[in-house]
Design a protein around this ligand. Structure first.
Ligand code: ADP
Ligand code: MG
Length: 238
């Protein structure tokens, strides 16, 4: 579970083709990072995978079946946004429970999953607090917790750490990597931060103006960048 295939996917906004025909294979359990400068189409690509935007043409398969016109809630994916989008009037527990409530998960199963997520994210002591009583890092963990309890086939992150200060970012980066190891679930992670890409990814997808410039492991991109753009972006000595 968690294999995502993009087949000649394009996206136009009006006359502007933001994503030219693009092919990409994301393997089950992989940590894939989309990296590239602001405006290159990272968020758009993630939103196409999530189903929050419709493709202009092409096809998206999830675990071998055509998901192109499947609505977001039915794709089995969970998106974590940079603005935490938590409900300020609800406790952490209720925030985490919310998607399960919507999906009709039984109460005892909800409690079991909340406990598991809270343990994984070090939130056990904060379940009765409100988001306003938490630090930025804790709030981001709640947002991740809300994704975990849906038991998605893949997690989609859109610059989840960009609102945090530098020191906290390093810690959260490690936590997300740990979580990936523990869950072994596919993660697709968007960032414009080269260090995040190089330290977290199994596979990096370097984007420029909606085009894939290169796909490879951090080491491959570092050792054999295909062009100066990739070299410059990855910071390799070419
Ligand atoms: P990134 O996440 O890499 O910064 P985006 O995917 O947000 O880039 O944007 C890619 C391009 O598509 C940008 O030129 C942006 O202005 C444009 N774009 C994104 N969303 C829309 C939209 N809803 N309508 C029109 N243009 C959009
Ligand atoms: Mg973006």
């Amino acid at each position: 579970m968690g294999r995502i295939t993009l087949n000649k996917v394009t996206k136009r906004f009006g006359d502007v083709e933001v994503i030219p025909p693009l092919d990409l294979e994301i393997e089950d359990g992989e940590f894939v990072v989309f990296v590239g400068p602001s405006g290159c189409g990272k968020s758009t690509l993630l939103r196409l995978i999530a189903g929050l935007e419709d493709v202009s043409s092409g096809r998206i398969d999830i675990d071998g079946s055509d998901a192109t016109s499947v609505p977001p809630a039915k794709r089995g994916l969970a998106m974590v946004f940079q603005s935490y989008a938590l409900y300020p009037h609800m406790s952490v527990r209720k925030n985490i429970a919310f998607p399960m409530k919507m999906a009709g998960v039984p109460q005892d199963e909800q409690a079991r999953r909340i406990e598991g997520a809270a343990k994984a994210l070090n939130l056990t002591d904060y379940l009765d607090r409100r988001p306003g009583q938490l630090s930025g890092g804790q709030r981001q963990r709640v947002a991740i917790g809300r994704a975990i309890v849906r038991e998605p086939a893949a997690f989609l992150f859109d610059e989840p750490l960009s609102n945090l200060d530098a020191a906290l970012r390093v810690g959260m980066r490690l936590e997300i990597s740990e979580l990936h190891k523990r869950l072994a679930t596919t993660m697709v992670y968007v960032t414009h931060d080269q260090v995040e890409a190089m330290t977290m990814a199994d596979k990096i997808v370097v984007l420029r103006a909606g085009n894939i410039e290169q796909v490879g492991s951090p080491l491959e991109l570092y050792r054999t960048p295909r062009n100066l753009f990739v070299a410059g972006f990855i910071g390799s000595p070419r």
